[in-house]
Design a protein around this ligand. Sequence first.
Ligand SMILES: [Zn+2]
Ligand SMILES: [Zn+2]
Length: 90
Amino acid sequence: MATETSSKHGKISQYTNQKCRCAACRGAMAAYQRGRRAQPVPASAVHGTENTYTNRGCRCVPCREANTASPRNQRRSPTRLDKVRTAVQR
Ligand SMILES: [Zn+2]
Ligand SMILES: [Zn+2]
């Protein structure tokens, strides 16, 4: 008794929960992710924060500036401070 499994496919739940990677399920997931990416930044998002830039994908000016100003994105070059620190350690 062959069960009709084909109707289950082409769904995100099948892709995520059942780890199915058939063409139909992959297509559903791809469409879902495409839709997600196209989603606008929610109105509740706080702008001017790195979090909104990274997690919400907001690219407005305040968010871009916040991301640029983030210490994680600062190219750290050896500064005078480092030299002072080494000197102090002696
Ligand atoms: Zn499938
Ligand atoms: Zn923003």
